[in-house]
Design a binder for this molecule. Structure first.
Ligand SMILES: [Zn+2]
Length: 111
């Protein structure tokens, strides 16, 4: 599922829009499950649980310093001065609200 989505969105980070060029006409991106897979979180490998990211923004999601507002679908960053805070997603699509809320309540940390 992650592989299909990366191609569908041309490996473009949904936060910053970066397409990381690998050479040979190929690009690199990473897929992040908003509600993580595995026993602790019981997330699912569905399209509406996956966001396509560059390595930097994937790291920010893993550390819980960035999230998506379930109501407005705008980016929330712990640093309100961050350039992507309160901006719209790139390639906005129907991420499931349940997963956005889960990420916000269980992974996102305010410091
Ligand atoms: Zn990015």
């Amino acid at each position: 599922m992650v592989r299909e989505l990366k191609e569908k969105y041309n490996h473009r980070c949904q936060i910053c829009g970066l397409q990381l060029y690998k050479g040979n006409g190929e690009y690199y991106s990473e897929g992040h499950h908003l509600r993580p897979l595995g026993r602790e979180h019981f997330g699912v490998d569905d399209e509406d649980n996956i966001i396509i990211l560059c390595p930097n923004h994937h790291t920010e999601f893993d550390y819980g310093v960035i999230a998506i507002d379930p109501k407005t679908k705008r980016i929330i960053h712990v640093d309100p001065k961050n350039e992507f805070h309160d901006k719209n997603l790139v390639n906005k699509r129907n991420l499931k609200n349940d997963y956005l809320i889960y990420h916000l309540e269980n992974v996102f940390v305010t410091r």
